[in-house]
Design a binder for this molecule. Structure first.
Ligand code: FES
Ligand SMILES: [Fe+2]
Length: 459
């Protein structure tokens, strides 16, 4: 069934601000400050973006019958639960009787039934209504019509995704070539060895975009920058709603972790070889998923927007099952390292969240720094090959690829956000510019002048 909201919220941004964001990065501005603080924009994002494919977590959390993940997406709540047949199912987390929330913990397990804590209606792991106390004699009440409301669910490379709209494009197209990286690093087979949650006083886009750039690393993350130089690595490109890149470990480091990245002598993930043993790969899968692939472990962040300036973040660490089972296994070097880096990131994201509210702040230009330096380093570390060098637009997706350390990619998320979405921009009456050149510029036709249109057509 489709759970797509029937209403459509207009995006309260000036057409010219959006148009400027969608320019090639050399000419683009960042998103306007309102995109990070305005509750109307936030509501639009929930309805338009977060109704499509969203990663809720790792398949290992729903592998057993009755084991579940519960996530809140705006005012909706979704439960993904392992079925009797081993396949995960997803439902809206609402009892069909008086609408009580069924499951209130972010993860856990039930034995054979989901029982409502209010009047005791119970549902099977497939969502079918099984028992309805005190409903005997009620006319025209067919329990087969009152099961839990299903939500579209899929797994890709160990990630579990839900689609509240029921109408998002095929999940294979969504993940695209990212699926190949997840398979190479055996993300599906890895087991969880650590988890932590954060409340960040910043907009979800600011967190995702901060993750996508490393120009801040030397100042904000000195320990991280000692283990992988912020200009190292290369751009990764390919089909799908993601952007990503690699960073190269410095000599002597075998992973990202405390004590110089010596990995507590953990073996690498099975099957990795060559450059994978000296690199860390970073991906943003639009809109809420950050995946970091290390030689010996994977890290997954999922972002859960709560308001325009608040985001909950879940961070999890995954290792080879054999590594976890080995005597003396200790993941603390990796967990403590990234916990510190996470907190350093949240701090600057929160500073930005405060700063963009200042009345004088306007959308800035994109940084385009260090390109030549990055190319030189890359020639040393990757035999002169720099995939994606000089490429800022992906012709298939119409989205800019965000090389780590080279560009400050404010634009890609909005491109992704708006691509293919019916966009109704709220127009304000234009002020007549005073300067003749500004008047001439304002008189030029705009791509977004006129009727509501799909941004999928704007390139
Ligand atoms: S609300 Fe669930 S049984 Fe009444
Ligand atoms: Fe950072």
């Amino acid at each position: 069934m489709s759970t797509q909201p029937q209403t459509s919220i207009a995006l309260d941004l000036e057409p010219r601000e959006v148009e400027a964001t969608l320019q090639p990065l050399e000419r683009a501005t960042m998103l306007p400050p309102r995109a990070f603080v305005d509750s109307g924009v936030f509501e639009w994002e929930l309805e338009t973006i977060f109704s499509g494919w969203i990663c809720v977590g790792h398949v290992s959390r729903v592998a057993e019958p009755g084991s579940y993940l519960m996530r809140e997406i705006g005012t909706d709540s979704v439960v993904v639960m392992g079925g009797e047949d081993g396949r995960p199912r997803a439902f809206l987390n609402v009892c069909r009787h008086r609408g009580a929330r069924l499951i209130d913990e972010p993860e856990g397990s039930v034995r054979r039934r989901i029982q409502c804590p209010y009047h005791g209606w119970s549902y099977g792991l497939d969502g079918q209504l099984k028992a309805t106390p005190h409903m005997e004699g009620v006319e025209d009440f067919d329990t087969s019509c009152w099961g839990l409301m299903p939500v579209r669910v899929a797994t890709v490379g160990g990630l579990v995704l839900v689609d509240l709209s029921g109408e998002a494009p095929d999940v294979g197209d969504h993940a695209g070539e990212l699926a190949g990286y997840l398979e190479r690093y055996r993300v599906e087979a890895l087991g969880r060895a650590g988890q932590t949650s954060y409340e960040v006083a910043a907009n979800w886009k600011a967190i995702a975009e901060n993750y996508s750039e490393c120009l801040h690393c030397p100042g904000v993350h000195p320990e991280l920058n000692r283990l992988s130089h912020y200009m190292s690595g290369e751009v990764l490109d390919g089909a799908g709603a993601w952007c990503g890149g690699s960073m190269t470990l410095t000599e002597g480091a075998s992973t990202m972790g405390r004590e110089g990245g010596h990995a507590h002598h953990r073996p690498p993930i099975d099957g990795l070889s060559g450059a994978d043993l000296t690199s860390v790969l970073y991906f943003v899968l639009f809109p809420n998923t950050l995946v970091s692939l290390h030689p010996d472990y994977a890290m997954l962040h999922t972002l859960w927007p709560r308001s325009a300036d608040r985001t909950d973040v879940v961070c999890e660490w995954f290792f080879e099952p054999a590594t976890i089972a080995a005597q003396g296994f200790d993941p603390s070097d990796a967990i403590e390292f990234w916990d510190q880096v996470n907190r350093e990131d949240w701090h600057v994201c929160e500073l930005t969240a405060k700063g963009v509210r200042n009345r004088g702040y306007v959308a800035a230009r994109q940084a385009r720094l260090g390109r030549d330096r990055r190319r030189r380093r890359s020639q040393r570390t990757h035999g002169g090959r720099l995939p994606g060098a000089g490429r800022t637009l992906c012709p298939r997706a119409g989205a800019s690829r965000a090389p780590r350390g080279r560009l400050h990619p404010r634009a890609p998320l909005l491109r992704r956000a708006l691509r293919g979405q019916p966009l109704r921009l709220r127009r304000r009456p234009a002020r007549r510019p005073r300067h003749p050149r500004a008047r001439a510029r304002a008189a030029r036709p705009s791509l977004l002048d006129g009727r509501p249109q799909s941004l999928g057509a704007v390139r």
